[in-house]
Design a protein. Structure first.
Ligand code: NDP
Length: 234
């Protein structure tokens, strides 16, 4: 049976690859996104994840068209890097509002449907830097670390109702987000990654389809690294 999968931010990058992977395996896939073109076979409703009413309205629209959501991949995220001493309240709060509170808004609405279905797969896109830290990313790494606590609390709250919640922790993946990095920094990062390369979006998508699968029903509260070995032990 085709399942309704919602991926936030499927217009580009990792979210786009995740949406394409669920489409390829026969799921009904939709996205909550801010604009841009969508992959073949992916329906969309416009919302900014920082706007609670817009998020709820987008879920309503998509569920009316495709049935209750069974899999949520909370992928939408931003960076606004800067050294701690120079980071403004606005730059800290903006990143937390998108990456953490935005994820919370989507999860809260999705769980409402999943409880009725007595089935749900929640996949949160975290980051290796949420576990290891990274200079210049106090805001971003804090927002991503918090997703681990979120997945584990959801697991304890609704784990008995057929709902799982897990975090994927990608390392450095080739997308627009990492394209902003200076070449010297890329070389420096590559040297520290055991796989000696950045990852591909398809490699993150493979982890998302696994954690979103019916078969992963006994995996919850886990953090699955997709980082070429960068974060081992964290
Ligand atoms: P991109 O910058 O390519 O894509 C980010 C996506 O998030 C876009 O679809 C963007 O929409 C969406 N988004 C951002 N802000 C909002 C918002 N307020 N409301 C709705 N959608 C929003 O990044 P990646 O594909 O690289 O990253 C995807 C996820 O993976 C992020 O959570 C990121 O933190 C995480 N990640 C990425 C890594 C990497 O190396 N690339 C490593 C570890 C984690 P729009 O096009 O409208 O801006």
């Amino acid at each position: 049976m085709s399942r309704h999968v919602i991926v936030t931010g499927a217009n580009r990058g990792i979210g786009r690859a995740i949406a394409e992977a669920f489409v390829a395996q026969g799921d009904t896939v939709s996205t909550i996104y801010r604009g841009g073109d969508l992959p073949e076979g992916v329906d969309g409703a416009i919302a900014d994840v920082t706007d609670t009413d817009a998020v709820n309205a987008a879920f309503d629209q998509l569920e009316e068209r495709h049935g209750r959501v069974r899999v949520l991949v909370a992928n939408a995220g931003v960076t606004k890097d800067g050294l701690l001493m120079r980071m403004s309240d606005e730059d800290f709060e903006r990143v937390v509002d998108v990456n953490l509170t935005g994820t919370f808004r989507c999860v809260r609405r999705a769980v409402n449907s999943m409880l009725r279905e007595r089935f749900g797969r929640i996949v949160l896109v975290g980051s290796v830097v949420g576990l290891m830290g990274n200079p210049g990313q106090v805001n971003y790494s804090s927002s991503k670390a918090a997703l681990v606590g979120m997945a584990r609390s959801i697991t304890r709250e609704v784990g008995a109702r057929g709902i799982t919640a897990n975090v994927i922790a990608p390392g450095f993946i080739t997308t627009a987000m990492t394209a902003e990095l200076p070449e010297a920094t890329v070389k420096q990062y590559e040297a520290t990654i055991p796989a000696k390369r950045f990852g591909a979006v398809e490699e993150v998508a493979a982890a998302a389809t696994y954690l979103g699968s019916d078969a992963a029903g006994y995996v919850s509260g886990a953090v699955l690294p997709v980082d070429g070995g960068l974060g081992m032990g964290h």
